[in-house]
Design a protein around this ligand. Structure first.
Ligand code: SF4
Length: 112
């Protein structure tokens, strides 16, 4: 996925290289958009409360995504938690939802 921030007046757009199936907004896409918004807010000192997802495999369908302050704050807290994990060289806690482990990239090295 790539982000193209076109103009100062334009909210960020995240290019999604997968179909927009069932009109479901995946949390990962919204989180990525929130990261772009975070960068824009910090670098241009202006509030941004929405962005767009462009689904290139669904005829470039454009989806407007509202980014609430609570969601943006949650993304920042998760980023801080990731930095703490890296700084302390610790493994994060295993998920209590074992179905997630089935297709996890890290299952061969996970200490679960
Ligand atoms: S295998 Fe993956 S999803 Fe499961 S606990 Fe480990 S890191 Fe989390």
């Amino acid at each position: 996925m790539k982000c193209y921030y076109l103009k100062m007046e334009t909210p960020p757009r995240s290019i999604i290289n997968s179909p927009n199936t069932k009109d479901k907004l995946f949390n990962t896409y919204k989180t990525q958009l929130a990261c772009y918004v975070w960068l824009i807010e910090d670098n241009f000192n202006r509030p941004v409360n929405r962005g767009y997802l462009v689904y290139t495999r669904s005829k470039s369908k454009l989806v407007n995504v509202e980014l609430e302050e609570a969601f943006k704050q949650d993304v920042k807290e998760k980023a801080a938690a990731i930095i703490r994990i890296i700084d302390k060289n610790q493994f994060p806690k295993a998920t209590p939802y074992k179905k997630r482990c089935i297709e996890c990239t890290y299952r061969n090295i996970c200490i679960k």
